[in-house]
Write a protein that binds this ligand. Structure first.
Ligand code: ADP
Ligand code: MG
Length: 397
């Protein structure tokens, strides 16, 4: 689960990390009061969406010369006007995809004097099963681009969970960034606070881009993105409360409410499968036969009729879906239960596209009989390749 920049900054502030003073604005008429509470003489007006690259992004239907989602204002009035201009519009950045994201919240914060911009991130490295630190002198830029063109400018190392964070970790970062004198101690202090926050809040990712060095010699977190482990949210109620559902794919949101593992993809064949491994194999074989999956969907081992119906609704609500492949292995789950679920779902939701069902395992004969006598226009398949071939053929002709 991701949160907004202003929420991440409030969290960092509570751990004593240096961030600017700022106010969040949900309605244009709050902007002037919010900006007036800050000192000036420079205000930064920042669109809050769950995507980076806002500064270099552009609004849909932008007027000539109009700036992106991070703008500098020289007065309270100008800041309020900018907030007014951005609210409700769609911001397109390299991370949102061409559809962009609607801006529903604006963060107005104090402008900072910047001497240098750096990159600093903490993330879970699954290879080492540790928290990794990633840092670079090339801040304020797209880190993927830095990694591709000048990988020598990125320092990355992991932290041993047995010792936890140590001052030498912070010094390693400081020296990589070219910091000297008192700045080194400030960097050690900052990294310690970020690590504490990361661990205590079950974060998955904490990215500060840019971390800045100011003419005063102080460091400040000027931008912050944080993501949290969804499986740990049950013990992080304060983090769970920061969830902004308007930022999430509505289909993925509906799926999470029914405990379905669903990820929307770009293809044309909707898949309903039990088990993550089988779901992956199903996506692979769809590609092998020349089509693309519209989603990953694992209904789980103990899927009920209700879950199957919900899964069906989510798949059919996707306008890109031109055909559906149901691929179920009945182990704990019986094939006849799945067949009944599929038929109930089709009766409830309707069926506008071809549907191929492949069942295997416990009570498979009964399951197949239920499908074939249902009177519904369902194409039965015997094995995985047969199923993939049939659905691709039905969609592509
Ligand atoms: P994004 O990464 O989504 O483009 P950032 O918050 O990183 O958004 O802002 C983009 C750039 O705008 C930063 O690299 C920095 O140069 C400038 N900027 C952002 N916030 C401030 C601020 N409070 N004061 C001065 N400059 C800022
Ligand atoms: Mg940034």
């Amino acid at each position: 689960m991701n949160i907004h920049e202003y929420q991440a900054k409030a969290l960092l502030r509570s751990y004593g990390a240096p961030v600017s003073d700022g106010r969040v604005v949900l309605r244009a008429d709050e902007a002037k009061t919010a900006a007036g509470e800050l000192d000036g003489p420079l205000w930064v007006v920042k669109a809050q969406i769950h995507a980076g690259g806002r500064g270099k992004g552009h609004f849909k239907e932008a007027s000539a010369g109009e700036k992106g989602g991070v703008r500098l204002a020289k007065s309270v009035e100008e800041a309020a006007e900018m907030a007014h201009q951005m609210l409700g519009r769609t911001l397109v950045t390299h991370q949102t995809g061409p559809a962009g994201k609607q801006v529903n919240r604006i963060y107005i914060e104090d402008g900072s004097d910047i001497e240098q911009e750096f990159y600093l991130a903490l993330l879970i490295d699954r290879k080492t099963s540790r928290v990794s630190v990633v840092t670079s002198t090339e801040g304020g830029m797209d880190i993927e681009e830095v990694a591709a063109s000048t990988p020598e400018k990125i320092l990355s190392f992991s932290i041993d969970p047995a010792t936890g964070i140590q001052p030498f970790h912070g010094r390693r970062v400081a020296f990589a960034l070219g910091l000297t004198g008192k700045q080194v101690g400030k960097c050690v202090d900052l990294l310690g606070k970020l690590y504490k926050c990361f661990i205590e809040k079950d974060a998955e990712m904490l990215e500060i881009n840019p971390l800045i060095l100011m003419p005063s010699g102080d460091l400040k977190c000027l931008d912050c993105k944080m993501g949290f482990d969804g499986n740990a949210l049950y013990r992080q109620p304060d983090i769970a409360a920061l969830r902004d559902e308007t930022e999430e794919d509505p289909k993925e949101l509906a799926a999470s409410k029914f405990d379905l593992n669903y990820i929307a993809l770009d293809g044309e064949i909707g898949c309903m499968v039990n088990g993550a491994g089988l779901a992956m194999a199903t996506m692979d074989i769809i590609k092998l036969y020349g089509a693309e999956p519209a989603n990953f969907l694992d209904v789980g081992g103990g899927a009920t009729k209700e879950k199957v119906t919900e899964a069906f609704k989510i798949i059919t609500s996707d306008p890109n879906v031109k055909g559906i492949l149901v691929n179920i292995f009945g182990g704990i789950m019986r094939c006849d239960i799945i067949a009944e679920g599929v038929i109930a779902a089709v009766k409830e939701v309707g069926l506008q596209v071809p549907l191929v069902v492949r069942l295997e395992g416990t009570n498979v004969d009964l399951g197949k009989e239920i499908i074939s006598t249902s009177g519904l226009n369902v194409i039965a398949a015997d094995d995985l390749s047969d199923a993939a071939e049939k659905i691709v053929k039905a969609v592509k002709g």
